[in-house]
Design a protein around this ligand. Sequence first.
Ligand SMILES: Cc1ncc(COP(=O)(O)O)c(C=O)c1O
Length: 362
Amino acid sequence: MNINHTITATTPPHGGDVYHLARTLGLDLADLLDFSANINPLGFPPGIAGAIHQALSEIVHYPDRRCLELRRDLAAYHHLTPEQILLGNGSTELIYLVARALSPRQALIVAPAFSEYEHALKVAQVPVAFQITSEGQNYTLAEPLDPKGADLVFLANPASPSGVLLAPELLLAVAAALDAAGVYLLLDEAFIDFVEQASLKTHLARFPHLLILRSFTKFYGIPGMRLGCLLAAPDLIARLAAVQEPWSVSTLAQAMGRACLQDLDYMARSRVLVSQERDYLLAGLKSLPGLRPFPSAVNYLLVKITRPDWTAASLQKALLARKVVIRDAGNFRGLDERFFRIAVRRHEENKQLLEALRHSLT
Ligand SMILES: Cc1ncc(COP(=O)(O)O)c(C=O)c1O
């Protein structure tokens, strides 16, 4: 039977679509060196395997739909209460839940941004406006935000796809102004674990309209497991929980989440490795003709091609011939065909990427 792999015409494209790519190219998954999805280069915390093994006997039951033990562990980790936490099947599920459950009249997205915000709002039939940030500001917010009549704002810190952190005073001022105006702020901190001290979680109790989105996918290297959470005021969490599908977080995902939070050594090693390798990649990219990387704080780098003879698409194709996959970032609203994004991986792999780029560009 010939299976059509197109999911839908309107589903936004993403990095990390390696199954499709390997099938199309007639390769094994393991043949591809994937820089298009931003996943911790250390892989997942080693304790996960034992946790899964232990939890296996429980899969004859439905999962704990309240995710109580994981919420308790997360509360202890983030210095919050379990009532301030809602788990989901990846943070993407929670983006769709917020768009649907809060019934906003109008939403504003600070762009460029993760494309699922816009898609979720469209599916929920919410009108969307955009605030496009500029290259001069490294594609992150640089001044107070005018919600332009919106009652729900989507903003990522660090910015996606530039990886640049917002100035802390500005972020606080934006959160305070939106909250005072009764505007919900969905602050996407999917990558903040790499710079945990920059999280706005310590101010959560001050802002009843603030929703902080977190993901286990990136930092703990488990995109295939699907686990994310929202941090917000208890009444807001209860309102969202009341309309969430039951059992969206499996027993194994809950067990993995708990195991992730125990491994402080893995967390520390991840931050050190990513910081070192990001510096190595940045220096290598700057030494190549016609590339301008942005000063990311996390495990991915946005790069602009500043010479006229290449586009992200042509570079992507050239690298694919060497089985290296990069993310063409031209489809992010506010960017164009000159932008691509790469993940920070292990040293040998980063070296391979730089060599492949050098071979193509020089
Ligand atoms: C900025 C940002 N937020 C959220 C997500 C969703 O991640 P997940 O659903 O795997 O938690 C992504 C995924 O690429 C992302 O880039």
